[in-house]
Structure formats: C-alpha cells, structure tokens
Ligand binder design. Sequence first.
Ligand code: ZN
Length: 90
Amino acid sequence: MAPHGRCYCGAIEWTITGKIDTTGNCHCTDCQRISGSAYGLTSFLVSGAEGVEFKGTPKIIQGKSDAGKSTQRFVLLPSPAPTNESAELR
Ligand SMILES: [Zn+2]
C-alpha cells in the first residue's frame, strides 16, 4: 500500500507513488522552521517530486538545502502546520 496522508482540514491529500530512498529526521534550518521544532520528518524519493500525487493544490516552495542542493517543499495551504495550539487542561 502506497504511503498516503492529508492535511489537518482535509483540503489536500498526498500519495507517494515513487520509490522512497531514505526517510529520516532532518535538522536543517528550513525543516526546523517548517515543523516549528528541532527537526522535520523528511522522505527523499528516487524520482523526486514526480513521485508524489496530490489531490488539491499545494504551494510549492523552491529552495536550497544547507548542503546547497535544490529542494522542493510542498506546503499544504490553507491549513499549514500549527505553530501553537491550546487545549483545556481540566
Ligand atoms: Zn531539512
């Protein structure tokens, strides 16, 4: 079964159709900013971005990794990852 997921509100769904080379925790500055934490969970695909199918249209942000390699990040607007949340404690 192909890895599949969706954003919190369900506006965008994704399915990985390409071969995953590596999955791990990336501690680069961009992953820290996007995840709002010390690292981001990242999968590197052999086929690159062509190995992901979307239902909905994510925003694509072109960039460079800390190692100087080209990157494409798919931001799942209109429901970006929360940077803060509150919950009733009792
Ligand atoms: Zn990173």
